[in-house]
Design a protein around this ligand. Structure first.
Ligand code: ADP
Ligand code: MG
Length: 599
C-alpha cells in the first residue's frame, strides 16, 4: 500500500529543528558539507560490504554523488548510490537521535550561534538541512528492502514516511530534496553551488558531479541536454558513469552558441595523502584537517609520511589546537578514541581501528596501507601484523613532529603542551619504551623561570651544579603556593634550582619516573635531603642539636599524637619551623589531593 505514516520526532530533535529553522546563521552553507559527508559515509558502507559480498553492488555498480539545482521547484537535489535506508532505518536515523551529546549541543547553540558549524561532531548533521530548507524529502532504496520509501518533513513536530508513489526511481541509494527558503535561493545559482561543492568535496574519495551549464558551439540539430532535461537526468540509470564525449560535429554543419548542460566532475584531484608532500600547501592541509576531523580551528602542526620498506603506507597526522572534552571523557570511561581513518589502497575501510596508543589518540588523521587484506572483519584487521608495525611508525613520527615543533615554533609548542602535557605524562608513565623521549619533550616551571612550560629537564640539568645528583622538585596546586613554602628556602639559598610541579598528575608522574638522564627526582618536601658536595660551603654548627635539645624534646613530647619527631633542621633559612613528611610518606600536596578525593 502507499499509505503514509506519521511519526513524532523525539523531543530533542524537535527542539533542535526549531532552533535551527528559526535562527539566522552566518554559516548556513555547512548543510552541504553535512549532506556530502553523509553521502560519502553511505558509499563507504556499501563499498565495505561489497568487499566480502560483491553481489551488493549488483543493484548499482557506479559509486558517486550528484548534486543539481532545480530552479523550477526552487530545490536542491543531492543523490548518492550508497547503502540507502530501509523504511525502518529512515524512521530511526532521521527521527531519533541514538547518540548522546544532543543536549550538550543544544546548550552550546543557545550560548553561541557559531556552534552550528560543529553540528556534525554531535551526530546530528543531517538536521542542518533546515538551515536553508523548510521542506525536505529523503527518498531511499536499500538492498534490504524491495521498495523505495520517502521521508518528508516540514520541520514541525512530526514527519511522514510512505512507500514512494513514484516507484523505485533509485536502484540503490538516497536522494535528498531540499525545498529552499526564499532567503536561501542563492544556493540555486550554479556558480555558488559549484564553489561550495568544490570546497566540501576535495577530500571525498567518490566522484561528485554538479549539474552545470557551459556555453558551447553545437550543431543546430543537436539534442544535447538542456536545462529542462533535469528531471529525466535525476532518474537516469547512467547517472554515475562518466559523461560520454560528444561526437565532434562535422565542419559543414551549421552551429550555434548554446548553453549545454552536463554533469561536471568537481573533485578531480587525487587524495591529498597520495600527493607529494612538497606540493601540498598549508591551506590545503588546514582544509583537509577540518574535513577529516570536524574541528573548527586550524591544526597546530602535521606530519605527512610515506612508510617504505618493511611496510608500504602513507599517513598524515595532525595535532588539533584544542583538546576536546570528548577525548578526556573517552579516556576516563576506558573507551578508546579512534581518530584515524584507515584506508587500504585508497578504499576507506574503517575509523574504528585502533592505530594509535591511547596517549596519542588526541591526534587526528589518516593511514592508507598497501599490504593489508581488504576483505576481513575489523577484529581480524585489528590484530593484523602490519597494523602493529604501522602503529610503531606512527608513534615515532608523532614524537618527531612534537620535537620539531618545539624547535621550529616555541610559541605553538607551548600551546601544544598547554593542551596535551598531562596526556603526555600519562604516556611516559604507561609506555616504558618511549618514556625518555616523551619526558624530554615536557616543560616545567621552576625557580629559575616560574613561567609555565619554560624549562625542559635537559635545561635543568645544564644549569645544575657540577656534582648535583638530584633533580629537586616540589609539588603544589600553583606556583604561589610553592613559593611560599618554607621547604624551598634552604635549596634556593644554596643556589639549587627547584622544579615546580603543579599539574595534578605530577605526583604520579614522579612516582613512576624515578629520574631522567641519570639524575634522580627528589621531593624537597620529604625528609633527609642529601645535599651534594658543595654543601661544604655552608657553616655547620654541630653544637645546635645539644643547645636546642630541651626544645626538641618538649615539642616531641607535646605533639606526640601528631608528629614522629622534632629535630633541628638545616634546610631553613628564614622560617623558624617547617612540618615535613617522612621520606616514604605522602607529600603534603599528595595528602591534600587524596583528601579532596575522600580517600
Ligand atoms: P551522523 O552522520 O553523524 O551519523 P547525521 O545526522 O548526519 O549523523 O545522520 C544520521 C544518520 O542518518 C546517519 O548515521 C545515517 O545512518 C543516516 N543517513 C543520513 N544520510 C544518509 C545517506 N545519504 N544515506 C544513508 N544513510 C544516511
Ligand atoms: Mg553526518
Amino acid at each position: 500500500s502507499l499509505e503514509t505514516e506519521k511519526y513524532t520526532f523525539q523531543t530533542e530533535v524537535s527542539r533542535l529543528m526549531h532552533l535551527i529553522i528559526n535562527s539566522l546563521y552566518k554559516t548556513r552553507e555547512i548543510f552541504l558539507r553535512e549532506l556530502i559527508s553523509n553521502a560519502s559515509d553511505a558509499l563507504d558502507k556499501i563499498r565495505f560490504i561489497s568487499l566480502t559480498d560483491p553481489e551488493a553492488l549488483k543493484t548499482k555498480a557506479g559509486l558517486g554523488i550528484t548534486i543539481a539545482a532545480d530552479p523550477e521547484r526552487k530545490a536542491l537535489v543531492i543523490t548518492d548510490t550508497g547503502i540507502g535506508m530501509t523504511r525502518q532505518q529512515l524512521k530511526e536515523n532521521l527521527g531519533t537521535i541514538a547518540k548522546s551529546g544532543t543536549s550538550e549541543f543544544l546548550a552550546k547553540m543557545e550560548q553561541n550561534n557559531d556552534a552550528i558549524t560543529q553540528i556534525g561532531q554531535f551526530g546530528v548533521g543531517f538536521y542542518s538541512v533546515f538551515l536553508v530548507a523548510d521542506k525536505v524529502t529523503v527518498a531511499s532504496k536499500s538492498n534490504d528492502d524491495p521498495d523505495q520509501y520517502i521521508w518528508m518533513s516540514t520541520a514541525v513536530d512530526d514527519f511522514t514516511i510512505a512507500k514512494d508513489p513514484r516507484g523505485n526511481t533509485l536502484d540503490r541509494g538516497t536522494q535528498i530534496t531540499l525545498y529552499l527558503k526564499p532567503d536561501a535561493y542563492r544556493f540555486l545559482q550554479e556558480k555558488n553551488l559549484k564553489e561550495l561543492v568544490h570546497k566540501y568535496s576535495q577530500f571525498i574519495t567518490f566522484p561528485i558531479m554538479v549539474w552545470s551549464s557551459e556555453e558551447q558551439e553545437v550543431p543546430v540539430s543537436s539534442t544535447q541536454a538542456k536545462k529542462e532535461d533535469i528531471d529525466a537526468l535525476l532518474n537516469d540509470d547512467e547517472l554515475m558513469e562518466e559523461p560520454i564525449d560528444q561526437e565532434p560535429s562535422s565542419s559543414d554543419e551549421k552551429t550555434e552558441k548554446r548553453l549545454v548542460y552536463s554533469w561536471h566532475h568537481v573533485n578531480v584531484q587525487k587524495p591529498i595523502w597520495m600527493r607529494d608532500p612538497k606540493d601540498i600547501t598549508d591551506e590545503e592541509h588546514k582544509e583537509f584537517f577540518k574535513s577529516v576531523s570536524r574541528e573548527r580551528e586550524d591544526p597546530l602542526a602535521w606530519t605527512h609520511y610515506k612508510g617504505e620498506g618493511e611496510i608500504e603506507f602513507r599517513s598524515i597526522l595532525y595535532i588539533p589546537s584544542v583538546v576536546t572534552d570528548v577525548f578526556f571523557n573517552n579516556i576516563k570511561n576506558e573507551q578508546s578514541n579512534k581518530p584515524i581513518k584507515l584506508f587500504v589502497k585508497r578504499v576507506f575501510i574503517s575509523d574504528e581501528v585502533e592505530l594509535l596508543p591511547k596517549w596519542l589518540s588526541f591526534l587526528k588523521g589518516i593511514v592508507d596501507a598497501d599490504d593489508m587484506p581488504l576483505n576481513v572483519s575489523r577484529e581480524t584487521l585489528q590484530k593484523h601484523r602490519s597494523l602493529r608495525i604501522i602503529t610503531r611508525h606512527l608513534v615515532k613520527k608523532a614524537l618527531d613532529m612534537f620535537s620539531s615543533l618545539s624547535k621550529s615554533d616555541p610559541e605553538a609548542f607551548k600551546k601544544f603542551l598547554g593542551q596535551y602535557s598531562t596526556i603526555l605524562k600519562y604516556g611516559a608513565i604507561e609506555e616504558q619504551s618511549y618514556r625518555k623521549k616523551i619526558t624530554s619533550l615536557l616543560r616545567f616551571a621552576s625557580s629559575f623561570d616560574t613561567e609555565s612550560f619554560s624549562s625542559s629537564l635537559d635545561d635543568y640539568i645544564d644549569r645544575a651544579k657540577a656534582n648535583q645528583k638530584s633533580i629537586f622538585f616540589m609539588t603544589g596546586s600553583n606556583i604561589g603556593e610553592i613559593e611560599q613554602s618554607p621547604f624551598i628556602e634552604a635549596l634556593l639559598a644554596r643556589g639549587y634550582e627547584i622544579i615546580y610541579f603543579t599539574d595534578p598528575i605530577d605526583e604520579t608522574f614522579v612516582e613512576n619516573i624515578p629520574g631522567y638522564n641519570g639524575k634522580m627526582f627528589v621531593n624537597i618536601a620529604k625528609a633527609d635531603i642529601d645535599f651534594a658536595e658543595d654543601d661544604k660551603d655552608f657553616d655547620r654548627d654541630n653544637g645546635l642539636e645539644a643547645k636546642y635539645k630541651p626544645l626538641t624534646d618538649w615539642l616531641s613530647k607535646t605533639l606526640d599524637q601528631h608528629i614522629e619527631k622534632a629535630v633541628v633542621s638545616r634546610r631553613l633559612t628564614t622560617s623558624p619551623l617547617a612540618i615535613i613528611t617522612p621520606k616514604n610518606g605522602l607529600s603534603g600536596h599528595a595528602q591534600r589531593v587524596l583528601d579532596a578525593q575522600g580517600v
